[in-house]
Design a protein around this ligand. Structure first.
Ligand code: AMP
Ligand code: GLY
Length: 422
């Protein structure tokens, strides 16, 4: 069994690390991968967005299953590309087709879907250029702050939260006028929800699903959840407030209606669904759907899967996930991300990374690294995710922080307060 994992971040390193432990897997290829993934498989210099190149790699390396890490190839239709190609159509792609990936690729689609199927989410209205004259009067019906979202993929920058109504209207207009390109040809304006966020994941073959461990991600660059939004500065799992009572609500009000809604729409979703949730006084609401696993959530939830992850992947590929088993590790797993100085703004790349060999009792997942003549150098904003285990969250975090003291690269920065609010 040969697998191809598409992507180059910490999520893909965690996937390849875990799948390499399966006795059913022969070879793992990662395209393009990073310095870390090359320890669990073979990196291929292929851009996941270049589907003909992906095809070539799949055929050359006799790939049996493709696992798609990031959202962009899914939203652009890589699954449909495989189905439409006579050489590829029998090679399963783990990741939804284009129509199903709209859950992430179009906020307007996701909101309409949730409204139609009674899934709790912030009330909203969407606008395009032809209806923009109604923006101000809609804003007046809502209390600040105003949540404004570009409809399409905007590399994590498409959500604005603004207190002033005049400024909010201006932003909507500037998004509709192209501030985020095509992603902003529609804009969703929604009610602000106050609560604590968490990430819930399932894997599904389109008929049944398995719940994966949940996680909490720390998105802001600065301590105390201040500063700019990032891809994520750290994560913990399990999430203490997501006990049985809360997770039962998530299942009954959110996951099951989502699965039923997809079936009703004639969508056979194969892959991971990431429910970005917010806990408002004990009640779960959906902030967003993603058509993939989270990053850095993967660096804590994958290590918490005790059973063979490949067994679930195979269940999706064969459409018999119902028969597969998943077992969790009950310990706490935490990850702390070391990032490049300046991130999420401008930063430099190419600095050597020191100290990786000194790490004990943690696994370091590479998020943005590259091998440069034998040296590991920084190659992204998020560089390394230091993952650790513990009987308590504190114990796991102390191990991550102890090891972070040993890892060095120029300008390295990490948050010292991951888990602070739990
Ligand atoms: P999204 O890309 O939809 O996940 O939004 C990015 C971030 O904006 C979320 O992780 C939340 O922190 C925040 N956010 C989005 N929608 C809302 C909302 N309706 N109420 C409060 N915060 C929100
Ligand atoms: N950590 C959030 C995400 O993967 O979108």
């Amino acid at each position: 069994m040969n697998l191809l994992i598409l992507g180059s971040g910490g999520r893909e390193h965690a996937l390849s690390w875990k799948l390499a432990q399966s006795t059913k897997v022969d070879r793992i290829f990662i395209a393009p991968g990073n310095a870390g993934t090359s320890a669990s498989g073979t990196n291929l210099n292929v851009d996941p967005g270049n589907f003909p190149e992906v095809k070539k790699a799949v055929l050359e390396n006799k790939i049996n299953i493709v696992i798609v890490g990031p959202e962009a190839p899914l939203v652009e239709g890589i699954h449909d590309f495989f189905l439409a190609d006579s050489d590829l159509k029998n090679i399963p792609v783990i990741g939804p087709d284009k129509s199903a990936a709209r859950l992430e690729g179009s906020k307007d689609f996701a909101k309409e879907f949730m409204t139609k199927y009674g899934i709790p989410t912030a009330t909203y209205r969407s606008f395009d250029k032809t209806t923009a004259s109604g923006v101000f009067s809609f804003l007046k019906t809502m209390a600040p702050p105003y949540v404004i979202k570009a409809d399409g993929l905007a590399a994590g920058k498409g959500v604005l939260i603004i207190d002033d109504i005049i400024e909010a209207e201006k932003e909507v207009v500037s998004i509709l006028n192209g501030k985020f390109g095509k992603a902003g040809s529609r804009v969703v304006i929604e009610q602000f929800l106050k609560g604590i966020e968490l990430s819930v994941f399932i894997i599904t073959d389109g008929t049944s699903y398995k719940l994966l461990p949940e996680a909490k991600d720390y998105k802001r660059a600065g301590e105390g959840d201040t500063g700019l939004n990032t891809g994520g500065m750290g994560a913990v799992s399990p999430v203490p407030f997501a006990g049985k009572a809360f997770m039962d609500k998530v299942k009954v009000r959110i996951i099951d209606p989502t699965m039923n809604g997809l079936a009703d729409e004639g969508i056979r979703y194969k892959g991971f669904i990431f429910f970005g949730l917010i806990n408002v006084d004990g009640e779960p609401y959906v902030i967003e759907y993603n058509a993939r696993l989270g990053d850095p959530e993967s660096e804590v939830i994958i290590p918490r899967i005790k059973s063979d992850l490949f067994d679930l992947i195979e269940g999706v590929a064969e459409g018999n996930l119902e028969k597969r088993k998943i077992e969790f590790d009950d310990r706490f797993v935490t990850t702390v991300m070391a990032v490049s100085g300046g991130y999420p703004g401008e930063y430099s790349k190419g600095y050597p990374v020191y100290g990786l060999k000194e790490v004990r009792d943690s696994v370091v997942f590479h998020a943005g690294t590259k091998i440069n003549d034998d040296d590991i150098v920084t190659y992204g904003g998020r560089v390394l995710a230091v993952t650790s285990w513990g009987d308590t969250m504190k114990e796991a975090l102390l191990t991550s922080y102890r090891n972070l003291l040993l890892i060095r690269f120029k300008g390295a920065y990490y948050r010292n307060d991951i888990g602070f609010d739990l």
